[in-house]
Design a protein around this ligand. Structure first.
Ligand SMILES: Nc1ncnc2c1ncn2[C@@H]1O[C@H](COP(=O)(O)OP(=O)(O)OP(=O)(O)O)[C@@H](O)[C@H]1O
Length: 327
C-alpha cells in the first residue's frame, strides 16, 4: 500500500477557564482510531461533516501534525519524522488558502518552487508547460496572484503543487467557491493527471459532484471514526437511499399504490413515489402503467448528499463537534 494508516489517533487537549480559579481540561478526539490503505494511483474521496476530522487526518498525512497514536506511512515514510523527505513526494492544495506569493506574478512563484524543490531544469520546464496548457494558465503567468480570480488562483495553486512531480496529491476543498466552468476545468485536469501519471489523489470536499465525477472509492468520516470505506454504489446501500419516481398521469387520481414503491406526495396529476435504490424500477413502472392513466414517467437517482445525511442519522451534514470528553 502506498498510504498506510493503522489505528491513527489525534487528541487535542484544550484548557478552558471554568470559573475564577478552576481550569477545565477538555480532550477533543479529532481522529479516533482510523485505519485504511490507499494503493498507488487510487483516487479517493474523503468526506464527512464539519469537524469530523478530515483536515486533522490530512495534516498528519503531510507531517504538519504528529499523531497521538497509531501508525502512519506515506511512500514508506513516517510523515512526522521525515517531513522534508516526504515533501518531495507529496503535493498539497488547500482550497481556502494559497501557497502562492500574493504580490508576485505566478511565474515568479513557480520559479521559487523550482529552486525550493531543486527540480531539474528540463523537468521543471516540461511540467510547467504541461500545467500551463492543461490548466489554461498562459495568459495569467505574469499577473500578480492578488489580481487573479478565485478559479484562476486555484488553477495556479494546483500547478504549483505539481511542478515537483509528487506521487501523491492531497486536495482540501479544491473546488470551493468556484463557478461551474472552473469546477469542470479542475475536475478534468485531475482526471487527466490521475490517468496519465498515475498520481495518487486524496480529495476532501463538500461538493459531492467532485466525488461522483472523480472517485471510485470514498471514505466517510464522522466523529473521528471511519463510517464507510468503499465504492459509491455501496454508499447508497449503506445509506439505504431511495430513488424517486416522478409519475405524470392523465388526470388526478388517488395516491398510487403498487408493490415495491411508496407514495410520497402528489401535485395535481403529478405524483412522486420512492423505491429502494438497490431494487430495479422496471416492475414498479410496469405496475403503474398497468393500473393508472400514465402519461410520462422519470426516475431520479439519489444524490450522495441525502445518502450521507441518512448515514449521519438525519443531521443532513450539519456541523457537529468531534467526540469530546470532559476531564
Ligand atoms: N489545533 C486544534 N486544537 C484543538 N482542537 C482542534 C484543533 N484542530 C482541530 N480541532 C478539533 O478537532 C475536530 C476535527 O477538526 P477537523 O478540522 O479535522 O475537521 P474537518 O473534518 O476537517 O472539518 P471541516 O469540514 O469543518 O474542515 C474539531 O472538533 C476541531 O474543533
Amino acid at each position: 500500500m502506498f498510504i498506510e494508516v493503522e489505528a491513527l489517533e489525534k487528541t487535542f487537549t484544550i484548557r478552558k477557564r471554568a470559573g475564577l480559579l478552576r481550569r477545565e481540561k477538555r480532550e477533543v478526539r479529532a481522529v479516533d482510531g482510523i485505519s485504511f490503505g490507499i494503493g498507488k494511483g487510487e483516487m479517493v474521496g474523503y468526506i464527512g461533516p464539519n469537524g469530523a476530522g478530515k483536515s486533522t487526518t490530512i495534516k498528519m498525512l503531510t507531517g504538519i501534525l504528529t499523531p497521538s497514536g497509531g501508525r502512519l506511512r506515506v511512500a514508506g515514510i513516517d510523515p512526522s519524522r521525515d517531513r522534508t523527505r516526504l515533501a518531495h513526494r507529496i503535493g498539497v492544495v488547500f482550497g481556502q488558502r494559497t501557497t502562492l506569493w500574493w504580490d508576485l506574478p505566478l511565474r515568479d512563484s513557480y520559479a521559487l518552487v523550482h529552486r525550493m524543490y531543486r527540480i531539474p531544469d528540463t523537468r521543471f520546464a516540461e511540467n510547467l508547460a504541461r500545467c500551463v496548457d492543461l490548466l489554461d494558465l498562459g495568459e495569467l503567468l505574469d499577473v500578480p496572484v492578488r489580481q487573479l480570480s478565485l478559479g484562476q488562483r486555484m488553477r495556479g495553486d494546483i500547478a504549483a503543487a505539481l511542478l515537483h512531480d509528487p506521487d501523491v496529491l492531497y486536495l482540501d476543498e479544491p473546488t470551493i467557491g468556484l463557478d461551474v466552468v472552473s469546477k469542470a476545468k479542475v475536475r478534468e485536469f485531475l482526471r487527466e493527471l490521475n490517468a496519465t501519471r498515475g498520481t495518487t489523489v486524496l480529495l476532501t470536499t463538500h461538493d459531492l459532484t467532485d466525488i461522483e465525477q472523480l472517485c471510485s472509492r470514498v471514505m466517510v468520516i464522522d466523529h473521528g471514526r471511519l463510517m464507510y470505506d468503499g465504492g459509491l454504489a455501496g454508499l447508497h446501500e449503506a445509506g439505504e437511499s431511495e430513488r424517486s419516481l416522478v409519475v405524470d398521469l392523465a388526470r388526478e387520481t388517488a395516491p398510487i399504490e403498487v408493490p415495491g414503491a411508496r407514495f410520497v406526495r402528489a401535485e395535481g396529476p403529478r405524483q412522486w413515489l420512492a423505491l429502494p435504490a438497490s431494487a430495479s424500477a422496471a416492475p414498479v413502472v410496469a405496475a403503474v402503467a398497468a393500473a393508472y392513466p400514465l402519461v410520462d414517467l422519470s426516475v431520479r437517482e439519489p444524490d450522495i448528499e441525502s445518502v450521507i445525511a441518512k448515514m449521519y442519522g438525519g443531521t443532513g451534514g450539519t456541523p457537529r463537534a468531534a467526540g469530546e470528553s470532559v476531564r
